[in-house]
Design a protein around this ligand. Structure first.
Ligand code: PMP
Length: 301
């Protein structure tokens, strides 16, 4: 496997960054999780927009333009001969000293990993996932905007640990005032009387690219959909529920805190949306150039 470190494609074992990088010392950086299906990168531009908006929000000036980053991502996929992949671009503040100040870091670091990801066993997609609510709360939006996909995932990781300690694969994080925010790395939807509901991002959910795609698919199916605050009561009494995320895709949710949601089986609307989403991932996307072909935006050696 070749990893792209600051524009150099190096073997996985040689892909390293400095221990003085503030991405490591302080989690000072931003990242993305992107998927390629059958030779096409799904919603690449939306992911790049979120990456560059996240960087802007923390005043991190990327060392390469968005177009150059797009070309580097495609080049990394081509170099690894990947058609189906999970892609992880990371931008960090770069190497500095032991003080917190980002102004001591001369140049941001970037790296891109292209690999496979398999979050849940096949049975989860067939039978559905059991969620629990955990004590860890979603970061308060006023303290650190949840729209920033930063290298600080500790509250999500703590929630994941709390779920595992109770034998659950996944958890719902609540907001500080008791509303459903999202899962540890996925957005949540419920369906009530044929209407899709998902919490608004101002309450603490990440603006998920898959979430947006599902809202579009719902509109195409003429299903009513709204971004509304959701409580645990709403989830307990919903007809169906599912999670969305780039790595997880659409995962049916069949219970919360041991209480069955709807029939306790993946719902019909959820299954239809899973089918629609699969079809969308195959036709929507930026093509990965074949090896040996010159790429737009790539500097000549
Ligand atoms: N919420 C969080 C906290 C996430 O990290 C992610 C990304 N894995 C999502 C939601 C889902 O977003 P997307 O559909 O863009 O992957």
């Amino acid at each position: 496997m070749l990893v792209n470190v600051n524009g150099n494609l190096v073997a996985k074992e040689k892909a390293t960054i400095s221990v003085f990088d503030h991405g490591v010392l302080y989690g000072d950086g931003v990242f993305e999780g992107i998927r390629a299906y059958n030779g096409r990168v799904f919603r690449l531009n939306q992911h790049l927009d979120r990456l560059y908006d996240s960087a802007k929000a923390i005043l991190l000036e990327p060392p390469l333009s968005k177009d150059a980053m797009r070309a580097e991502i495609l080049r990394t996929l081509t170099a690894n001969g990947l058609k189906d992949a999970y892609i992880r671009p990371v931008l960090t503040r770069g190497e500095g000293d032991l003080g917190l100040s980002p102004y001591m870091c001369r140049k941001p670091t970037f790296f891109i990993i292209a690999d496979k990801i398999n979050l849940y066993p096949e049975a989860t997609y067939r039978d559905g996932l059991a969620l629990i609510t955990v004590p860890a709360r979603r970061n308060v939006a006023e303290a650190l905007s949840p729209k920033i996909k930063s290298l600080n995932y500790l509250n999500n990781i703590l929630a994941k640990i709390e779920a595992a300690q109770r034998g659950a694969l996944e958890a719902i994080l609540m907001t500080f005032d008791g509303y459903v925010a999202e899962c540890t790395a996925d957005n949540l939807f419920i369906i009530r009387k044929g209407k899709l509901l998902t919490p608004p991002t101002w309450q603490g959910a990440l603006e998920g690219v898959t979430r947006e795609a599902v809202l579009e698919l719902a509109r195409k199916r003429r299903l009513a959909a709204a971004e509304e605050p959701i409580t645990r009561y709403d989830v307990y009494t919903a007809d169906e529920a599912f999670m969305t995320g780039t790595a997880a895709e659409i995962v049916p949710v069949v219970s919360l805190d041991g209480r069955s949601i709807g029939t306790g089986k993946p719902g019909e609307v959820t299954k239809r949306l899973i089918g629609d989403f699969k079809a969308l991932t195959l036709k929507d996307g930026v093509p990965i150039p074949a090896a040996g072909k010159p790429q737009a935006g790539k500097k000549k050696a």
